[in-house]
Design a protein around this ligand. Sequence first.
Ligand SMILES: [Zn+2]
Length: 451
Amino acid sequence: MRHAKQGTKYHGRINLSDKDEEEKLIEVLQAFMNEEVSDEWQEVIPESAVNWLKDYVPKLAGVLSADVLEKTREVIRGSMMTGSTLQERMKALRESSDVLSRMTNARIETIARTEITRADSMGRLIEMKGNDDVIGVEFSAIMDDRTTEMCAERHGLVMRLDDPRLPENTPPLHFRCRSLLLSLTVYDYPDGLLTSHEFDEVPSGIQRESDAEAVRLLLNSDVKKIASEIIEAHTIDEANMLAMHYGLAKEADFDGIDIKAANVLIKRISEFKKIFWDFEPLQFIGSMKKRPYFDMKDSPNAQFSDVFNAIGLNPNKFSTLNIGRTISSLKNSEKIKWYPLGCGTIEATCDHEIGHWLCRVLNAQTDDRILTLYREYYRYPSKYAIPVNGIEITLFINLKMANELSGLANKNPDEFVAEAFAEVRNNASSRELSNKIMQRVLEIYFKEYKH
Ligand SMILES: [Zn+2]
């Protein structure tokens, strides 16, 4: 459940919809928390790459067993989701199996780098194929002292999407290849792309035949339809149909919810399902008022019902009339650290509920390591009285948790996990605690749920 920390949660009388008052409050609270708040956040998942990876098991030059290959894929998928660094990926790969743990650093790095390049290239091509404006690609080597000759001599090679050379020139061309394909659009080339003979003498790479074949298949397939499916409903009826059509929920009823918010929930669940495609669809998504099991008491913004496996948005908060006020109240809740960094948005509100879903399916709230971590950060919330304009505001919060994750995360292990998931999905530089929690959650998923 996600409540904005506002209005009723404060003692004393202050109207948070009053702009001046609001800003002073935030200023005081910020000084009080003694930390700057960053507004920057962005998507962390290369969507098309994850989608492609879903059906892909890396064939690492025949040296690894099927079991290890599967582990490698899991680590790579996990790292795409958390946006982890190369070092973290290497560490995760090493920890994932005995075979990998015995390999040298260089070997592990090769796997981590090469596989990410592969997933990235395929993801790019899928996106390009789905975009009518893209007519070709340009091979781009990252030019520095580590660039191989093979990549350097192709730097600048321009190919149309139907160029027969493309499958042989799609990175990775070799192990540890860092090159990438840039898209060329009709706007760059209004007269179309001509085949250049400048690179005709370039010898072929040592790329695996199976990779070239995968690219050929992709270029000849009809991925356009799939890739260009933009999940955007224009009416509530359309939103209800989309949610069911995409297999997100068995029933959907967004009646009373603003179309923007409905689209956000559909999009976030659908992104989630691209990674956790093996989760059963939800029973219901839509307006909390449309199902009696949602608890409207304390007027939450949104709710996940673990008994009924459903996610609801509160129409009192997300109606077209009220959505504007709710958006600013979400922002305020982030600013006072009631929500994690980057999470004062409708997107993060939806992700928070999705985080509850993930948590409950995996029973992460009862996992020993999650509980140990929770207890390490949990404090009985303290009461802080803050004078603002002669009005005393009382705030109950665990500052330690608020500073490292969010005030709400202190409530119970469920909120702890839901908030970590929200942060990892919405804060491009998600912090140590949320990364730690999500690493464990992914571990539970791979080790205990999947097998
Ligand atoms: Zn919650």
